[in-house]
Ligand binder design. Structure first.
Ligand SMILES: Cc1cc2nc3c(=O)[nH]c(=O)nc-3n(C[C@H](O)[C@H](O)[C@H](O)COP(=O)(O)OP(=O)(O)OC[C@H]3O[C@@H](n4cnc5c(N)ncnc54)[C@H](O)[C@@H]3O)c2cc1C
Length: 383
């Protein structure tokens, strides 16, 4: 066992911590209030190599290990939680497009995604199916050298801004998960329309409903074989769920550090409030849980990097980490008294932001079903 980061990882943490503090934290509230897409931050993250961490070297990526990518998520989240969606989505594109795309699709999209010039989204959820994604109804029908896509996708992060979407559609009505195929769909294609959702948090990621009305794409834009789409996205979700957990924990950790500094300064009843156990014990408890969840996440990614099964560990991290981050940030907000409740401090925004990922990429209930299935077998599933 080795619990130490490599020298390269230490260097990455130092660089990203400075970047997040200087370039992201200073603009985070503006992006939240205006709902503006942080295009310049996307490009800066591209320049830092963060959007190519999981992409093939041939297209400008770095093929970095998952653990290092997870650490990067944590650091970016300290500055602006919504900017971690850039790493998530670029990471999924590296996996899904990088491993399954035709040369034409990879050449067209990967270099731009890696540089931060092109924005990619992933569209699985639909108005009538979310947790039960294998039952999706959006369909893709082959017509000569093209596919015709018809249907609606809902709740899509970056939906308002993305240039291309990794879309999952049904190519076989008689099969469930095995009837789902992945496609790269340019969002300037005729027949695509978008409408924005008004979210509680992460307002700069333009979550949207995407509608596809007989959208024609070349057959070369299919990602992998017909019927393999659901498995591609689930493989991606295993590591992405841990990335999400680490982003939530990064936000919680930053909140804890700011709170520790504050309670040593703030006085009540003639002494620093840190001297009251009612203040120091919740901090001690939160720090313990955050540390445990972080190491659970690192271990899950370590297992993945070593080619070992980690679906159970990823689901464990995903049901617990975002919930823990919500509780920790809430506690930090309270420990700042009424100032914590204002938008002069970052806690209310962080709280709104992390709640989204208690739902996105799989709810806690669905994660617990996965954990139970992995522990006790498929006979424990209710379906
Ligand atoms: C911030 C955010 C970002 C997102 N980004 C994307 C994106 O980029 N792309 C994309 O495709 N989707 C995205 N989503 C959608 C997200 O993946 C879905 O919302 C999620 O999978 C849940 O689906 P649903 O909303 O349809 O809820 P439902 O599936 O309708 O679930 C409703 C409730 O029922 C519970 N439930 C459902 N089934 C069971 C069960 N078997 N046992 C116990 N409880 C159950 C759920 O846990 C939940 O509490 C995003 C969502 C959020 C909030």
């Amino acid at each position: 066992m080795d619990f130490a980061f490599t020298a390269e990882q230490e260097e990455l943490i130092r660089t990203l911590r400075g970047f997040a503090r200087k370039e992201l934290a200073t603009r985070s509230q503006h992006w939240d209030k205006s709902g503006e897409f942080p295009a310049s931050a996307w490009r800066q993250m591209g320049e830092l190599g963060l959007l190519g961490l999981r992409a093939p070297a041939e297209y400008g990526g770095q093929e970095t290990d998952l653990l290092t990518t997870g650490i990067a998520m944590e650091e970016i989240a300290r500055g602006d939680f919504s900017c971690t969606y850039a790493l998530q989505l670029a990471g999924l594109a590296g996996e899904i497009i990088g491993k399954n795309g035709s040369d034409e699709v990879k050449k067209r999209w990967l270099p731009g995604i890696i540089s931060g010039e092109s924005v990619v989204a992933i569209a699985l959820t639909e108005p009538s199916v979310g947790s039960d994604a294998a039952n999706l109804v959006c369909r893709a029908v082959r017509d000569g050298d093209e596919y015709v896509i018809t249907g609606e996708k809902s709740g899509i992060s970056m939906g308002m801004f993305a240039h291309v979407v990794m879309l999952f559609a049904r190519t076989d009505a008689s099969a469930k998960a095995r009837g789902v195929t992945a496609f790269a769909v340019p969002l300037d294609a005729p027949g695509v329309s978008r409408s924005q959702l008004r979210d509680l948090g992460s307002r700069s990621i333009g979550r949207a409903v995407l509608s596809f009305d007989h959208v024609r794409i070349p057959a070369s834009h299919r990602l992998g074989e017909e019927g393999t789409g659901f498995y591609q996205v689930m493989r991606g979700f295993d590591f992405n769920r841990v990335f999400i957990t680490l982003a939530c924990l990064g936000s919680a950790q930053a909140s804890l550090e700011e709170t520790m500094a504050y309670v040593k300064e703030r006085k009540a009843f003639g002494k620093p409030i840190a001297q009251f156990e009612g203040v120091s014990f919740p901090i001690a408890e939160a720090a313990t849980y955050v540390d445990a969840a972080r190491w659970m996440s690192y271990r899950a990614l370590w297992l993945a990097d070593h080619g070992r099964p980690y679906t159970k560990e990823a689901a464990m991290a995903k049901w617990w980490g975002p919930k823990l981050a919500v509780e920790t940030i809430h506690q930090c907000l309270l420990l700042h008294g009424h100032y914590g409740y204002t938008d002069e401090l970052p806690f209310e925004q962080r709280l709104r932001d992390v709640i989204g990922l208690e739902i996105g990429d799989g709810t806690a209930e669905v994660m617990k079903l996965i954990v139970a299935r992995e522990l006790m077998g498929r006979e424990t599933l209710p379906y």
